[in-house]
Design a protein around this ligand. Structure first.
Ligand code: ATP
Ligand code: MG
Length: 402
């Protein structure tokens, strides 16, 4: 038996569309692939035409590398492949080894040539290797719904043969789109929103407002647990913890109850924006969706946007609560989010918040507040915690197909 030379091949699609930015995207993807798989053993990365190769010669756990790579944003699909010289004999030999002891009712060979000067066409390769399989296994060829597909990718220097291809999460490599500051409550929505920004290539800086000492530190613990889980998608993350209780007290003194929720949100946005600027983030992100709660009517969203000097991205804006819950469950954030806690917004929150505030009303409500003083206070009292990807955490679920 010849020694198989394993490698993971990574395919990406969206990246190839972005011609100008391609080197940047590939650099981020390569770095993230390294960060995701470092703990499993030494991996050498190589850029090949249209794909990235992770050389796993002598690696202790090639399957584990493949499984981990399948959860890196920017990966369209990946496969655990075997490398052979580009001769039919070498291809046959490795296919023979891979199929040893396997039974499958139908199959097909899917050959692709990355360069057209190879002496055999894809069809000729398919035919030659298909005949080889039929000689050894009782099976039949099925080109449309095969039980097994044997992939053969012929590159100039060598050929990759593999059986199974795993779908990746798609999206763009984290970091390629710049940084956003995500407002992370302990609730269900904002972690999903942050994850969706990561999927679009954004590095997320997490900002959480808490009401310690007016409330127990539960919301901070939830925020930490959520960031820890989401860090598996971006490998390193900062969580900014902003004490908000004193600020809320000031609001309670001078703002009438129905206006408070919108005033709190506007303060959060102002503080988050100041913190975002310090870290070079170019936008904010929230978990709002139209009409979900009082603060999320179109009118109140407009009042919140009025105070922002950078875009507020709302990736869940058109989603139903049930869709968001399904995504949170698949992402593994749901169990953390539903832990009971007294979120800072339950503190000093009126029974009947205004659902349609006008600009005049909100300006009137804020008139007695020292807005810039409160923003400065929030920024000065922030505490930063850094999270590194922890590979011993239980594997997180597959892409929530949303
Ligand atoms: P979530 O499930 O994300 O808490 P929600 O449905 O409870 O959202 P709101 O309470 O109106 O809705 O919050 C809207 C958004 O404001 C949240 O998605 C989040 O981005 C932000 N936000 C609310 N509370 C906080 C907080 N304590 N710290 C940071 N951001 C917050
Ligand atoms: Mg909430």
């Amino acid at each position: 038996m010849t020694r198989l030379r394993p490698a993971v091949i990574v395919h990406y699609h969206e990246l190839s569309l972005k011609r100008g930015n391609r080197p940047l995207f590939l650099r981020h993807l390569a770095r993230n692939l390294r960060s995701a798989t470092n703990h499993l053993g030494p991996v050498t990365l190589r850029q090949l035409p249209g794909r990235i190769l992770l050389d796993l010669a002598g690696h202790p756990q090639p399957e584990a590398v493949r499984d981990r790579v399948a959860q890196v944003f920017g990966v369209a699909s990946c496969a655990l492949a075997y490398r052979v010289p580009s001769t039919l004999d070498a291809m046959r030999a490795v296919i023979g080894e891979l199929l040893a002891g396997k039974e499958f009712p139908s199959f097909r060979i899917s050959a692709r040539r990355a360069f057209k000067t190879y002496p055999l066409s894809s069809v000729e390769i398919n035919t030659a290797l298909g005949a080889f399989v039929l000689e050894r296994v009782r099976t039949r060829v099925d080109l449309t719904h095969p039980a097994l597909t044997i992939h053969v990718e012929v590159l100039p220097a060598e050929t990759f043969v593999y059986l199974d291809r795993m779908a990746g999460p798609g999206g763009l490599p984290v970091g390629a789109s710049g940084t956003v500051a995500a407002l992370l409550s302990g609730g269900i929505d904002s972690p999903v929103a942050a994850w969706r920004m990561m999927k679009r290539g954004c590095r997320v800086l997490f900002v959480h407002f808490h009401s310690v000492p007016y409330l127990p530190p539960t919301s901070q613990e939830k925020a930490r647990a959520l960031v820890e889980r989401l860090t598996a998608w971006q490998y390193r993350a900062d969580l900014l913890l902003v004490p908000f209780g004193e600020i809320q007290r000031e609001v309670v003194i001078s703002v009438p109850p129905p206006a408070r929720v919108v005033v709190y949100r506007r303060l959060m946005v102002r503080i988050a924006e100041a913190l975002a600027r310090r870290s070079g983030a170019l936008a904010l992100a929230t978990g709002e969706s139209v009409g979900q709660v009082a603060s999320q009517t179109l009118q109140n969203i407009a009042r919140i946007d009025e105070v922002a000097g950078m875009p507020i991205l709302r990736p869940l804006i058109g989603m139903d609560k049930l869709e968001i819950i399904a995504a949170a469950q698949q992402l593994g954030t749901f169990e953390i989010s539903i832990e009971p806690d007294a979120d800072c917004c339950t503190l000093f929150v009126p029974k009947h918040p205004a659902t349609r505030m006008s600009s005049e009303e909100v300006h009137g409500a804020e008139a007695k507040l020292d807005i810039s003083g409160l923003v400065t206070r929030g920024c000065d009292e922030v505490k930063v915690e850094t999270f590194d990807y922890d590979p011993v955490r239980p594997p997180f679920p597959r892409d929530p197909e949303i």
